[in-house]
Design a binder for this molecule. Structure first.
Ligand code: C5P
Length: 222
């Protein structure tokens, strides 16, 4: 069997990371959550009290920030240097500002280099927005995972309730739609289906069914 690169892209809260983690585990591949990197830079910039619209200042932060992942299921821990930010990167303030940071070309350049070096180590499942188009353009398996905005908001709502966070459903849906709009309209590697990616609509599928669908695609390519 061949060791593959699996790129999973799609809009916010489509279930990419949940599924990507399970697929990676199943095939013994490394899992890399690239959104966590943009989130970590956002946390570092907020902590440094830098104006997130100041591209030069945020880029400097991206260059100075050492992001580290420690693999683990179900939680992949994230560190900035020695500081653990696993939970901090999921705060609403970070979620609602990360697209501004992710639109900065030089920030992307730094992180894409890092992502490509992680992928060079062997079998990988990487999720994000531009993996199939920019980070791993030669990935053997490319999935573009979508679901209706309503379904994605409902999933996020249920996750939040389990964590004790009670953001109203319509507010969550508006936030998701705004983030998708920012991510798909930015100048540099916007959220977009790669021409050779397989479209997977998960609106009516559960997690196991999505993992199964992707596994079948991987097995055919191995
Ligand atoms: O995947 P997640 O929702 O955690 O990503 C957070 C944000 O990071 C996205 O909304 C997007 O702005 C940015 N991102 C990106 N490119 C990636 C992964 C994430 O621009 N490959």
């Amino acid at each position: 069997t061949k060791v593959l690169q699996v790129a999973i892209d799609g809009p916010a809260s489509a279930g990419k990371s949940t599924v990507a983690k399970l697929v990676a585990k199943k095939f013994g591949y490394v899992y890399c959550d690239t959104g966590a990197m943009y989130r970590a830079i956002t946390v570092a910039a907020i902590q440094a009290k830098v104006d997130l619209n100041n591209g030069l200042a945020v880029t400097q932060i991206a260059k100075d920030t050492k992001i580290k992942f420690t693999p683990g299921n179900p939680v992949q821990r994230v560190f900035i240097g020695d500081q653990e930010v696993t939970e901090a990167i999921r705060q609403p303030e970070v979620t609602n500002n990360v697209s501004t940071v992710a639109a900065i070309a030089d920030v992307r350049q730094e992180l894409v280099k890092h992502q490509q070096s992680i992928a060079a180590q062997g079998g990988i499942v990487m999720d994000g927005r531009d993996i199939g188009t920019t980070v791993l353009p030669t990935a053997e398996v490319k999935i573009f995972m979508i679901a209706s905005a309503h379904e994605r908001a409902v999933r996020r709502y249920q996750e939040n309730i389990a964590k004790g966070i009670k953001t109203p459903l319509d507010k969550l849906q508006a936030e998701i739609e705004l983030r998708d709009k920012k991510d798909s309209t930015r100048a540099v590697s916007p959220l977009k289906q790669a021409s050779d990616a397989i479209l997977l609509d998960t609106t009516k599928l559960d997690i196991d069914e999505v993992v199964e669908a992707i596994s079948e695609i991987i097995i055919k390519k191995q």
